[in-house]
Design a protein around this ligand. Structure first.
Ligand code: CA
Length: 544
């Protein structure tokens, strides 16, 4: 579906609120929260992103491996470029690595300018970009800048010849230094001949020496190459680890911020709308310096992801409220953090939610009502759980397009690259599209709502709490400066809740297992939620 025209819509909303205010009753004033600066909106600020593992999305040629042509052929499912209809409505894609790589995942690159031949050709990629842009869908690509593959020609030259021009593209030491990998204390120095090279993620992924100006120039040239091919930005992998101190501090170095600021400034000379989003897997306190206004424009909100999982796991909204408050107070730019539920490095959210579709629906409502540009992980909208095993492959299983076993429309081959992942019956696009009660249907409606309500894309956010609210109740208010905005009221617990809904106006936008009464209360069933307009001025509210 085509994105709504926000500015016109905002005025319509304000009028509607004025007319419906008489139906509403008094409630607390919103607390202050950072206001978005409406003059500086960029294309990603009203984007809903969709993360795709190309290998697992759709196979066009029957070899059991997903490819770019397969993705292009499925764009209608994601966004058909038309108003209305039963497409998902996302308007930006993040492609996990599509460069040449010896691994199935692609996070060890052997040619940063080449398309992985298993995924197709450069012409296939350009056709995908053209088809996506024609629908108003932007594309960002994974950029694995921290390290290359051990098989990259740069490293092959560096390893075999200490005098080669590529030797200083990597980080060498005559002895293994006593550095420890932050998350598991593993060694990060790996032997090669008489020397050792630094490889944080293992001996097959040697870290690039980004202090070398020639490496920086290579990276800039590679990024310009992809921008010239039409990409709209980059998801920068392992952003916390781009630089390391000589003393062995392997995260969050000041040089990282300077480096990314230089990249952005150089790229923006020719591509002013380029997006750089950081994968910095940490909480808000450590993440805050990344929001320096010069480098990254966004970073994934891992703290919120954890808080949503915890809130739904415990039936208590406190952690979610705390994450929203923390976000509001710690970041300079209110749109810096990008909410998501889970990504390709985590067990799928549906597995964490024990396959309970009610929980998945309220999780979707939280995701798509949050400030910052939300990211969905492919198949999340179907409730895919992925494989039962602990391997990364089990988090990245083939998309389910229809109910036909064994491959459910992913490929015409009998075997996929993965094998066969079990999923609950009906966990496929064809089944979900025809079912008004499906999780997919909820995602479609929430995305359409976000595109239709400017406050949900651009508005400031704060949570609200009434003394009578049970711990499972979350009230999330989103509003543009001077406007009433909208509110999500969500029950993250399994017990039904009766809540004071006096601050909500008469404009129901979405109800899911929730009802409002004329007495100013609303009843939210297990994991129920509602989104409505909001009342801000006391004179618009009923007397107590
Ligand atoms: Ca294929």
């Amino acid at each position: 579906m085509i994105r709504a025209r926000h500015i016109e819509h905002r005025h319509a909303v304000a009028l509607l609120i004025a007319f419906t205010a008489a139906l509403s009753c008094r409630g607390p004033e919103p607390q202050s929260a950072p206001a978005a600066d409406k003059t500086t909106f960029a294309w990603w600020h009203d984007a809903v992103f969709y993360e795709v593992f190309v290998r697992s999305f759709a196979d066009s040629d029957g070899d059991g491996v997903g490819d770019l042509r397969g993705l292009t052929a499925k764009l209608d499912y994601l966004n058909d470029g038309k108003t209305g209809g039963d497409d998902l409505g996302i308007n930006a894609l993040w492609l996990m690595p599509i460069n040449a790589s010896p691994s199935y995942h692609g996070y060890d690159v052997t040619d940063y300018r080449a398309v992985n031949p298993q995924y197709g050709t450069l012409a296939d990629f350009e056709a995908l970009v053209q088809a996506a842009h024609a629908r108003g869908v932007r594309i960002i690509v994974d950029f694995v800048i921290n390290h290359s593959s051990v098989e990259h020609p740069w490293f092959q030259a560096a390893r075999t010849d200490a005098a080669s021009p590529q030797r200083d593209y990597y980080v060498w030491s005559p002895t293994p230094l006593p550095w420890e990998r932050p998350w598991d204390k593993a060694t990060v120095w790996h032997p090669a001949g008489a020397s050792y090279y630094y490889g944080l993620f293992g001996d097959n992924m040697p870290d690039l020496n980004l202090r070398n100006p020639r490496v920086e120039a290579e990276m800039l040239d590679i990024m310009r190459t992809w921008l010239a091919r039409g990409v709209d930005g980059f998801r920068v992998d392992a952003a916390r680890h781009l630089f390391e101190s000589t003393g062995g501090v392997l995260t969050d170095q000041p040089e990282t911020f300077e480096f990314v600021a230089r990249l952005r400034a150089a790229l923006q000379e020719q591509y002013p709308d380029v997006l750089l989003i950081a994968e910095a897997w940490t909480g808000h306190e450590v993440l805050a310096p990344y929001d320096d206004g010069r480098g990254f424009q966004m970073a994934f909100d891992f703290e919120l992801s954890e808080a949503i999982a915890k809130g739904l796991g415990e039936g208590n909204a406190t952690a979610i409220t705390a994450a929203v408050t923390s976000r509001n107070t710690r970041f300079r730019h209110p749109e810096f953090t990008a909410p998501f539920l889970t990504n390709h490095d985590m067990a799928r959210v549906m597995r964490a939610l024990d396959g309970d579709v009610r929980k998945a629906k309220v999780a979707a409502a939280l995701l798509l009502s949050m400030p910052g540009s939300p990211f969905l992980y492919y198949g999340e909208e179907l409730g895919m759980m992925g494989g039962a095993g602990p391997r990364d492959e089990d988090k990245r299983t083939p998309m389910r397009w229809d109910g036909t076993p064994p491959q459910h429309g992913f490929t015409t081959a009998t075997q996929s690259w993965y094998g066969a992942a079990g999923e609950a019956t009906g966990t496929d696009v064809a089944s979900a599209l025809g079912d008004e009660t499906s999780l997919l249907n909820v995602y479609q409606r929430l995305i359409a709502l976000r595109h239709g309500q400017a406050a949900l894309s651009f508005g400031r956010a704060h949570t609200e709490r009434l003394p009578s609210d049970p711990p499972a109740l979350l009230r999330l208010h989103r509003a543009l400066e001077g406007e009433a905005g909208v509110m999500l009221v969500a029950n993250v617990g399994a017990e039904s809740v009766v809540a004071n809904c006096a601050t909500l106006d008469g404009r129901p936008l979405m109800n899911e297992n929730a009802q409002r009464s004329t007495d100013g209360t609303c009843t939210l069933g297990a994991y129920g939620f509602l989104v409505t307009g909001y009342v801000t001025s006391p004179e618009q509210r009923c007397p107590r």
